[in-house]
Write a new protein. Structure first.
Length: 109
């Protein structure tokens, strides 16, 4: 699993001017669509479920899947989130021997 990360300012800093600068930068990044909401997952081979673990997953998280390989594109139509809870989701999909069914995943909520 790969996560693209953008700096998140701490809640408190002794240097208030630097703290405001970091908050402004983070807000500018968010308004430009650069938020820490993307990761990658590869479907497990030869089984019909894959456990997906990420601290950002909650009971109401939305998952957006972007296939990154031809085999992932073929698996997209049968891919769904069959259960989810804080920190974990189960992805249900077709069984295939392919080991490159990799998706970029958008996690919102």
């Amino acid at each position: 699993m790969t996560t693209v990360g953008y700096p998140v300012p701490p809640q408190m800093m002794a240097n208030e001017k630097e703290h405001r600068r970091q908050i402004a930068q983070a807000l500018g990044n968010a308004l430009a669509g650069k938020v820490n909401a993307v990761t990658e997952v590869t479907l497990a081979a030869n089984v019909t479920t894959t456990t997906f673990t990420d601290a950002r997953i909650g009971a109401n998280t939305f998952f957006g899947f972007q296939p990154l390989t031809a085999n992932a594109a073929g698996a997209l139509s049968g891919l769904y989130v069959s259960s989810q809870a804080n920190g974990v989701a189960t992805l249900t999909h077709s069984s295939a021997s392919s080991v490159d069914r990799t998706f970029r995943v958008l996690l919102i909520g």
